[in-house]
Design a binder for this molecule. Structure first.
Ligand SMILES: Nc1ncnc2c1ncn2[C@@H]1O[C@H](COP(=O)(O)OP(=O)(O)OP(=O)(O)O)[C@@H](O)[C@H]1O
Length: 362
């Protein structure tokens, strides 16, 4: 069993000609953790993963794996292995030879490398398929083989680029559970790139949310969800309403925020200055259809859309400068006293449900 490596990314940037894809990011990924890089297309997550793997050069900054600075090392000299989105299996080789390939490159004799490949295929419950070719496998099986091929080098960190994107929704959820189990069994560091917040929440110990080549937040899933650091994170993770305004007054740790339309909301516990722009996040499942208990903790809105979701109902409302303020109510609450499109409603929340967000998104 290989050991796990801490990955230390120190002020790393990536430039492609005049384009800066990654802007001086710094991050420590603890040894043995499951880390997900999450963000929209083009945010720089794949470039970051490829720099960790050594498939892309680091334009500036340093990368440390365990105790070794590997910034200029080629992929084979790093203790990492990468599993690609396309699986990149060789169509003309059987599974054992596919899995054993990197050992062949290292000059390991045929018998030893095939025996080792079979061991890893066993770990992936694929030993019965050793003599098949990749085209004779389902998508999920191909993925297991691709994983086996990456793991045969006994890496200290496994790097996965959108590993589940080629699978159908059911298989995606099954393989997600298998990945998590595998990471626990092996105990090595996993770094997994995804654009799915659901996938990151399900898998990660550490979620790194990226936007425009920068890290917006790196924290445990629950922290990212409950205390999103920025308006971007709150929007990207979903399930939050974001309201924007300017700080109007501050007293006793309570900040008053005024929207462009003159609506005033209260927020607590933040260091702010009067006149500065501010965003707040309010969880969609914490909003109630009731008049606010205090001024600044709700507003009047008009229901613009209703979606039935089974266990819950999603209401969209217009008011306070927002035309898509979302409220998730349980099906029981909704059907006890249904509202209709066009109804005027009072929306409210408590001061605890208001999350001040760090920066105003452009
Ligand atoms: N080889 C390249 N040459 C030039 N620009 C590139 C190259 N690779 C990536 N980029 C640019 O760098 C930025 C970040 O790309 P990257 O692939 O890292 O993002 P990503 O978040 O992984 O996106 P996706 O989810 O679409 O793969 C993008 O603007 C992209 O167009």
């Amino acid at each position: 069993m290989s050991k796990a490596a801490e990955i230390d990314i120190v002020s790393v940037s990536k430039m492609y000609g005049a384009t800066t894809a990654v802007h001086s990011i710094s991050l420590k990924i603890p040894a043995g953790s499951y880390c997900c890089f999450l963000g929209p297309s083009g945010c720089g997550k794949t470039s970051t993963l490829r720099m960790i793997a050594g498939h892309e050069s680091i334009s500036s900054g340093d990368l440390r794996l365990g105790n070794i600075v590997v910034t200029d090392f080629p992929p084979a000299r790093r203790s990492t292995a990468m599993m690609f989105q396309s699986y990149a299996l060789f169509p003309h080789l059987d599974l054992i030879d596919n899995v054993a390939f990197s050992l062949k490159m290292k000059g390991v004799t045929r018998d030893i490398r095939r025996a080792k490949a079979l061991d890893i295929l066993k770990l992936m419950q694929m030993e019965a398929y050793g003599t098949r070719r990749p085209a004779q496998l389902s998508g999920g099986q191909q993925q297991r083989v691709a994983l086996a091929r990456a793991l045969i080098t006994e890496p200290e960190a496994l790097l996965l680029d959108e590993p589940l994107s080629a699978l159908d929704p059911f298989l995606k959820i099954r393989m997600r559970a298998e990945l998590k189990k595998l990471q626990k069994t092996l105990g090595i560091t996993f770094v997994h790139v995804t654009h799915s917040q659901e996938e990151a929440m399900a898998l990660a110990d550490l979620i790194v949310v990226m936007n425009n080549g920068r890290i917006e937040q790196a924290a445990a899933p629950r922290t990212v969800f409950e205390r999103p650091a920025t308006a971007f994170v709150a929007r990207f993770m979903g399930d939050h309403n974001v309201l924007s305004g300017k700080v109007r007054a501050i007293s006793d740790n309570v900040v008053e925020m005024e929207t462009a339309g003159g609506q005033v909301f209260t927020v607590r516990d933040i260091a702010q200055q009067v006149g500065r722009p501010i965003d707040i996040g309010i969880r969609t499942d914490r909003v109630r259809l009731a008049p606010p208990s205090e001024k600044g903790l709700g507003f009047q809105a008009v229901v613009s859309n209703i979606e039935y979701r089974g266990a819950s109902v999603k209401l969209t409302a217009t008011g306070a400068g927002s035309d898509d303020f979302t409220v998730i109510v349980s099906d029981a609450d909704h059907f006890r006293k249904p509202v209709a499109v066009g109804d005027a409603v009072s929306l409210s929340w408590t001061l605890e449900d208001v999350v001040p967000l760090g920066q105003l998104s452009a």
